[in-house]
Design a protein around this ligand. Structure first.
Ligand code: PGA
Length: 252
């Protein structure tokens, strides 16, 4: 179902103690200041999912993983399965982040498997797509992003794809301080939604949340989130600071 979502991607940052401090600060600020029905997700490193979840208790803030294995279980040293996440009641998992694609060689074929196993375990995938700078400079960004979405998700049934959240994250905007303009974000989100509509029909496409990610901060969030096809954000660096992340959530 289409909802407003702000997800923080902590990546490989913070000690346990720092993670718990950030969580307790966010708990207070969000309870006091965030109105409306925006969903907040903290995508923590794997070891912190359980303690952070315990700390959050029955609040509006959920936890999410940053990845999961494509395998169900077994001899895959160092991996974490979707079933393990399910067993801890972790509702979300980021899949296909550009850092996973770039540093760990994740491609569409693998992401089909990860998406399927995440959905089979009742998790909500936050599926990331986005073009590198050289592709945008050659004006190939729409084509590439449509292809990424199609290759990893278009095998899903209409009722299943509505359970997926899509995050458009132009690679050149991640961690660079260089944000897509509000117009660039809206244009790409509209392209993605139109592509979904072409395959599944408008009513299904309108049920899918599409988040923007890439150097979202307290200063640019309002303008980005004001776009009709931008349903929230996937926030990296700025999600590590409680005040700034809260301001971003309040911008929606
Ligand atoms: P950033 O990261 O906000 O630090 O650019 C976003 C992301 O990688 O999800």
């Amino acid at each position: 179902m289409r909802s407003k979502i702000v997800a923080g991607n902590w990546k490989m940052n913070k000690t346990l103690e720092e993670a718990q401090t950030l969580t307790s600060e966010l708990l207070g600020m969000i309870a006091d200041e965030v109105k409306g029905d925006v969903k907040v997700v903290l995508c923590t490193p794997f070891p912190y999912l359980y303690p952070v979840k315990q700390q959050l208790g029955a609040t509006r803030i959920a936890v999410g993983a940053q990845n999961c294995s494509e395998h169900a279980s077994g001899a895959y040293t160092g991996e974490t399965s979707a079933a393990m996440l399910k067993s801890m009641n972790v509702p979300y998992v980021i899949l296909g982040h550009s850092e996973r694609r770039q540093y760990f060689g994740e491609d569409s074929k693998l992401l089909v498997k990860k998406t399927d196993i995440a959905l089979a375990n009742g998790l909500t995938p936050i599926f990331c797509c986005g073009e590198p700078l050289e592709v945008r400079e050659k004006n190939g960004h729409e084509q590439l992003v449509k292809q990424q979405v199609e290759e990893a998700l278009f095998h899903l049934l209409a009722e299943t794809i509505q359970k997926v959240v899509i995050a458009y994250e132009p690679v050149w905007a991640i961690g660079t301080g260089k944000t897509a303009t509000a117009a660039q974000a809206q244009a790409m989100h509209a392209v993605i939604r139109k592509h979904l509509a072409g395959k599944y029909g408008t009513s299904v496409a309108n049920e899918i949340s599409i988040l923007y990610g890439g150097s979202v901060n307290a200063a640019n969030a309002k303008e980005l989130f004001a776009n009709p096809d931008v349903d929230g954000g996937l926030v990296g660096g700025a999600s590590l600071k409680s005040r700034e992340f809260t301001e971003i959530i309040k911008s929606i």
